[in-house]
Design a binder for this molecule. Sequence first.
Ligand code: FES
Ligand SMILES: [Fe+2]
Length: 389
Amino acid sequence: MAVDSESMALVKRALNHLKRKGTDQAADTLSQPLASYIDPAQYKKEVDRLFKHLPLALALSLELPEPKSYRAMTVMEVPLILVRGADGVARAFLNACRHRGAQLCQHGTGTAERFVCPYHAWQYDIQGKLTGLYGASTFGEVSAETHSLTELACAERSGLIWVKLTPGESFQIDDWLGDFSTQLDTLNLERWYLYDQRDIPGPSWKVAWEGYLESYHHNTVHVNTVGKFTIGNLTLHDTYGPHQRIVFGRRSLADLPSTPEAQWEPETHIRRIHLGFPNLAISGVLGDHCLVSQVFPGPTPDTTVTRQSVLAAKRPVTEQEKQATEAFSQIVLQAVRDEDYVIGAGVQAGLKSGANTAFTIGRNEPAVQHFHKTVAGFMAPSGGPDHPA
Ligand code: FES
Ligand SMILES: [Fe+2]
């Protein structure tokens, strides 16, 4: 297999750190005021600016595998339908009938020729256009122009479907992703197999999200799960505007110095985690498996819902493949639900105790720092809607 030069460069960076017990570092520690975790007014403003007015990756392209595939779901109290038109284009609509607002589609996935409202049977095509009206001659004047489904701005890029949750707003996905899309493209996300998907309740979004951004906790919190494979406190850090890529070293990295460089298979010794601002993490932990996490703020400031999508490089067929995929699925469930979010619940419980007035984010946690600085940039009076100040 050809070794790409970037993988090799990353392995060398990681190896260099391993020799010195080092890691990529920020210039200084960061003092992060507790108010930024608990202030209800700030929380509301952040949810509005960062989640309702920025493009979010709401689904994987492979969740709409063919024309007419749809997925109906509620994201942060917004009911929506993602649907791939007969033309292959992914679109997003609010899941609310334009007559008197009934939900057109139950949560879930499937294929649809059209959407028929369960209340009074108005019909829409899968491009959102009002196509039929029960009792049309009795109803009065309505038309496709005035009463088609409310569309949300939507773009498909790098194997993900990006949507803005506020009707009437648009975005340019290339502007939003910049160079990050080149990084995402290396994952070939559209080619994977979706093995499992689940929603996990967690602590407040910053407490939950910080855990995705560093390996400093791996050898303590995850000693029996992902920490078995990664070297704690060794992280490579690169940024792409608001987005980030961190790279963890695998324990096998320690064997490399005794192996001739020509025999190195760099991808087996590192794990890349792609972090789309504000809430998307794509991480490979074991070989042919990948975990996609979307962390959504909950209805109250102290809750989140994390959607975990477990991907396998291909559909597991043999008993061995099935076991390997299930083992990966269980390990990432355990690592997040029973480890990260248990610690997070403890953090949450102490936030208002007065023990800390600020958290200190280490030089060895550069991605956590970048995240907080990016949030601050978007929240600054001159920040947003699409760019931090
Ligand atoms: S609410 Fe949908 S047809 Fe009446
Ligand atoms: Fe963790």
